[in-house]
Design a protein around this ligand. Structure first.
Ligand code: NPW
Ligand code: K
Length: 537
């Protein structure tokens, strides 16, 4: 599990060490870790260390101090180092160490920003150490001009060097992931003590590149994380495995209310996702012509035109491929929510459900659907705040804030789909998953995701002990199940894509193999050999 914290949480954890006079020690650990990461990055690209050019953009705070100390260590390994002081001043000891190590210093001004940008655009490594967790807002004035010019220069150069962000890309809000343009997008973010929230939520995550955490010795002081991310080993622990005496009903039955005359394929894809993700049985309710297609594509599914009340299941999937005119299906969707069973509500169900729901209802909007949902809630007399209601662009600019707000207003669990998928529980627990590939942005991908999460709800929804044993509050298990589903969907998509285009049906085809490979990670050490035979995708 990756745990991420707000800048405020990190600063609070640092406080006892700073009070004990250990600030310098923390900075040395951080800057050593940063320098080592730069060395490893160059080595991984088979680039020579000796003579490599390193430019550090250093602000006046401790973030700049980390960058300057790191550059002085790199100079000691024979690299040519240049610093641009973006605030005209810098951390005194770090600057002295940088100069002692032979680094060149330039003071940034409005008049030389474009010239300095051109000067460092060709560097082998650019370290962005302008703003860290102490930032308020984004880059301003000459620093903004420098980053704009540098981004343009790197694009034009054709063979740009590596950008390494120190702690967080400057201009990304460590607490929210909101990005104040301009931001220099990094190939790698070397972050200290623990990941920051802003690195796990878009658009901040878009700028962060890969994330490397450098421990600095304050980790035991960290509180409950602000946001978490499951890794494959967590899936190994949490995904169910049938016992010898399991039968199809005990494994979990999912009811599916999806598809319409216009979008019959959504029902098929949702059912295929559910079957692939281990549901003991899938029961489909819907129009006869859609049911016929489901039967042809998935003969395992039991289809009927009956009601929710007379269908015995452990969880419901509602909404995929449904529109506002599908009156009977929408009534079934509302009945499913009213049953009190766990429900995943997707696409067409989102506008048709009551404003206030419950934690075991998982809403799965993309950014546009979430904007519409928030606009509807803002105009409801029960939810007078969040004014003005955001449009799609506003949701995309503040994904975590929007998901959080929707979860608070609806009292449901909200999964916001995107390159980084966020899950917000109404109790303010958060997950971020980014296991997939950009090729997952394809028609029907969301229907498969709904099917996978639905199957997990049917299998795990009542397994309170499994979550408690994993340190997850049982009340929060709905958010955890949604995040597990997002992770499984991402891993399956990446495996099926193999780096090339993907169709939605192939995502579900890949789920069983990914599930198997993930499950090997939980086997005792003696059998670990298998995990090499079957590496994760
Ligand atoms: N504490 C520790 O022990 C450790 C901390 N560590 C490192 O320290 C970093 C946090 O350092 P930090 O608190 O000094 O803040 P940082 O982000 O460098 O800059 C803030 C400075 O910039 C200014 N400023 C603010 N906003 C601005 C803007 N928009 N545009 C321009 N200027 C702006 C503001 O000055 P002001 O405007 O308030 O005068 C302030 O002085 C953290 O990310 C990590 O890298 C590690 O070494 C581990 C040990
Ligand atoms: K930075």
């Amino acid at each position: 599990m990756i745990s991420a914290y707000t800048g405020t949480q990190i600063r609070a954890a640092e406080q006892p060490f700073l009070a004990a006079g250990m600030g310098d020690v923390l900075m040395q650990r951080a800057s050593h870790g940063l320098a080592n990461a730069v060395v490893r990055e160059l080595q991984a690209r088979s680039r020579r260390l000796y003579g490599a050019s390193v430019a550090v953009l250093a602000g006046k705070g401790n973030n700049g101090g980390d960058g300057l100390f790191a550059a002085s260590f790199l100079a000691a390994r024979g690299m040519r180092t240049t610093a641009i002081l973006t605030a005209g001043t810098a951390h005194a000891e770090a600057l002295a160490a940088f100069e002692r190590a032979g680094g060149r210093v330039h003071l940034l001004a409005d008049s030389n920003a474009s010239q300095l940008a051109a000067h460092v655009a060709g560097a082998d490594v650019v370290i962005d150490a302008i703003l860290g967790t102490g930032a308020r807002g984004g880059l301003r004035g000459a620093a903004a001009g420098l980053v704009r010019g540098l981004s343009r220069g790197r694009l034009a150069s054709g063979m740009p060097g590596i950008v390494v962000a120190c702690d967080i890309p400057s201009g990304v809000d460590a607490d929210t992931g909101e990005a104040h343009a301009p931001v220099l997008s990094a190939d790698l973010t070397v972050t200290f003590a623990a990941a920051k929230v802003g690195l796990l939520a878009d658009p901040g995550a878009d700028h962060a590149g890969r994330i490397h955490v450098v421990p600095i010795g304050i980790e035991d002081e960290l509180p409950w994380p602000a946001i978490r991310r499951f890794e494959p080993v967590d899936l190994a622990r949490l995904l169910p495995q049938p016992g010898r005496r399991s039968h199809k009903y005990s494994r979990g039955v999912l009811g599916v209310v999806a598809g319409s005359a216009d979008y019959p394929g959504a029902a098929v894809l949702a059912c295929r996702g559910a079957l692939a993700a281990g549901a003991g049985m899938v029961r489909y309710l819907g129009p006869p012509e859609v049911a016929d297609l489901v039967r042809q594509s998935c003969p395992e599914v039991v289809c009927s035109t009956g009601s929710v009340a007379e269908t015995h299941v452990q969880a419901w999937l509602v909404g995929s491929g449904m529109g506002p005119g599908d009156t009977e299906q929408l009534r079934r969707a509302r009945d499913a929510v009213e049953s009190g069973l766990p429900v995943i509500a997707d696409a067409g169900a989102l506008p048709a459900l009551p404003a206030v729901l419950a934690p075991q209802v998982i809403l799965t909007p993309h950014a546009g659907e979430l904007a519409v949902l928030l606009q509807r809630l803002a105009s409801s007399p029960d939810s007078p705040d969040f004014d003005p209601a955001p449009d799609r662009t506003a949701v995309e600019s503040s994904t975590l804030g929007a998901a959080r707000h929707a979860a608070v207003l609806t009292e449901a669990t909200v999964l916001l789909k995107g390159a980084t998928t966020l899950v917000a529980s109404p109790f303010q627990d958060f997950y971020s998953q980014a296991d997939g590939t950009a090729w997952l942005a394809t028609a029907g991908s969301g229907d498969v995701l709904a099917g996978i999460i639905g199957a997990l709800l049917a299998q795990l929804g009542s397994d309170v002990g499994r979550f408690r044993d994993a340190g997850i509050d049982p009340d929060e298990r709905w958010a955890a199940i949604a995040a597990l589903g997002a992770s499984l969907h991402g891993l399956a998509g990446a495996a099926a894509s193999g780096g090339g285009p993907l169709t939605a049906g192939r995502i579900s085809d890949a789920v069983p193999d990914v599930w198997y490979k993930v499950s090997l990670l939980s086997k005792p050490a003696g059998r670990k050999r298998n995990s090499h035979t079957h590496p994760l995708p």
